[in-house]
Design a protein around this ligand. Structure first.
Ligand SMILES: Cc1cc2nc3c(=O)[nH]c(=O)nc-3n(C[C@H](O)[C@H](O)[C@H](O)COP(=O)(O)OP(=O)(O)OC[C@H]3O[C@@H](n4cnc5c(N)ncnc54)[C@H](O)[C@@H]3O)c2cc1C
Length: 430
């Protein structure tokens, strides 16, 4: 009874919260606030009296459960490898036709170009997505863009905690449809919440996501700055990549000087160690529940070329297919057809998906409650691994869970500190 998840506080205490912010948006009692805890991530705080007896937010919480069989598209033209990459209608690769946008974006700028198409041609009201917090450039905030300039300012991946679902009430209240861009876990929450809220459903003109290996906490960025001997107080702007493919970690100082301080490879190598436990258990790295999901077309990447960026594009819904077709026709995006095999070649996330069953098995053996993942073909993927790889995954995860003392609940106190939480939860699990 004690070692299970009964309420959202348990989701947080067992390290399964993704910090999406959907509970904040859903709650009609104003009982939830969000706090960005530097060494952990964005986490909800609850008013115990208001929350007593209410578990409504569990239904939509991607830390409690993600059901792809319910919310991912039931596509008729399923590809052979859908157990590895999720239900996919079409696979494309390419880039934004707008050269500046393509250069500024993470990979090919397809997410930003599609968003621009939705604003300019479909007359949607806003794009709700994530950008740099101008008051604290080492943090993210949820932003609303309504023109090309704003979209370009917020293009590019920010390898840091984000909670775009905190804006869902604004989308619901809007007079026209909007675009939502978020991580796959954010999009899973959106899929569950829109099923309960017809007004939100109506106003979600397009739901976009990107391939995601997990989100580091704010501490990752602050520790990286201090490793580089950069005083955070002197930083006025901070980008993780973009301005070329993949671009690099760059900062703008108060003095106005702008410098790229680290390559993408070196900065990601450092930052990824600060991803939370829940991210290491995620089988949805390729984003199944959006209309469109984009990632880097790494299989085309050549360090010696000046290619400004290429994206892989997975069409996940009929609506996504229709919108993508129109955006290509209107000249916003240039794409050529690609294949699921290219996705598998390009993305280490597919190899991670094969291991999730073993990681979850190790959690079960230690009676650690975890997110319920349904419809991801976890066992089918797992049996595709060699026996040696299976053994390594289970024992490797067991070793790390024990070493990091993750077998017990780690409650956050008021200051955000926990019993072993900071060190444990942030280190790589398997
Ligand atoms: C934490 C993280 C992990 C990732 N892991 C992988 C990976 O393993 N493999 C891979 O191929 N790609 C990964 N990506 C995505 C990749 O970096 C590109 O974003 C993707 O290829 C889309 O490129 P684009 O040029 O179309 O996007 P852009 O046109 O640059 O648009 C990116 C959009 O994402 C939004 N955004 C940026 N940071 C965040 C954030 N933290 N949370 C929510 N929204 C955000 C921006 O607001 C913008 O709208 C990751 C991105 C993030 C943020």
């Amino acid at each position: 009874m004690l070692r299970s998840i009964h309420c959202l506080q348990d989701v947080v205490d067992w390290g399964m919260c993704t910090g999406c912010g959907a509970c904040y948006s859903l709650c009609t009692k104003n009982a939830v606030t969000l706090e960005n805890i530097e060494h952990v991530g964005i986490r909800p705080r609850f008013k115990p009296a208001a929350c007593a007896g209410c578990t409504e937010c569990l239904d939509i919480c991607p830390g409690y459960g993600v059901d792809a069989s319910k919310y991912a598209t039931k596509c008729t033209c399923a590809v052979q490898t859908s157990h590895l990459i999720g239900p996919t209608i079409e696979v494309w690769e390419g880039y934004a036709a707008d050269n500046e946008l393509r250069f500024r974006a993470s990979s090919g700028g397809v997410l930003t170009a599609l968003s621009l198409y939705c604003l300019e041609q479909e007359h949607m009201a806003f794009i709700f997505h994530t950008g740099m917090d101008p008051m604290a450039p080492w943090k993210n905030i949820t932003v609303q863009s309504s023109n090309r300039q704003q979209l370009i300012r917020h293009a590019g991946s920010r390898y840091n905690a984000s909670s775009p679902c905190d804006s869902l009430a604004l989308i619901e209240a809007c007079d026209r449809p909007c675009v939502f861009i978020g991580k796959p876990c954010d999009v899973a929450a959106v899929a569950a919440l829109r099923a309960k809220r017809p007004a939100l459903d109506k106003n979600l003109g397009m739901v976009l996501t990107f391939f995601c290996a997990g989100t580091p906490s704010v501490s990752a960025t602050l520790d990286l700055l201090s490793k580089l001997a950069v005083d955070a107080a002197q930083v006025r702007g901070l980008r993780y990549r973009g301005n070329g493919w993949p671009g690099g970690f760059s900062i703008k100082k108060n003095t106005g000087s702008h410098c790229q301080v680290l390559s993408y490879e070196d900065s990601w190598h450092f930052l990824q160690k600060y991803r939370c436990l829940r991210c290491h258990l995620c089988p949805d790295g390729l984003g199944e529940m959006a209309d469109i999901s984009c990632g880097d077309a790494w299989h085309r990447h050549d360090k010696n070329s000046n290619d400004p960026g290429r994206s892989l594009v997975l069409v996940r819904s009929e609506h996504g297919r229709e919108m993508l077709k129109k955006a290509i026709r209107a000249g916003y995006i240039q794409l050529t057809t690609s294949t699921p095999e290219n996705v598998i070649k390009a993305q280490g996330l597919v190899a991670r998906r094969r291991k999730i069953f073993g990681r979850l098995l190790a959690m079960k053996l230690l009676l650690i409650p975890a997110t319920q993942f349904t419809g991801f073909n976890l066992f089918r993927n797992w049996v595709g691994l060699s026996l040696l790889a299976q053994i390594k995954t289970v024992f490797g995860t067991l070793k790390r869970l024990l070493h990091k003392k993750l077998w017990h609940k780690n409650s956050l106190d008021q200051s955000g500190r926990t019993n072993n939480f900071s060190q444990n939860i942030l280190r790589r699990i398997a």
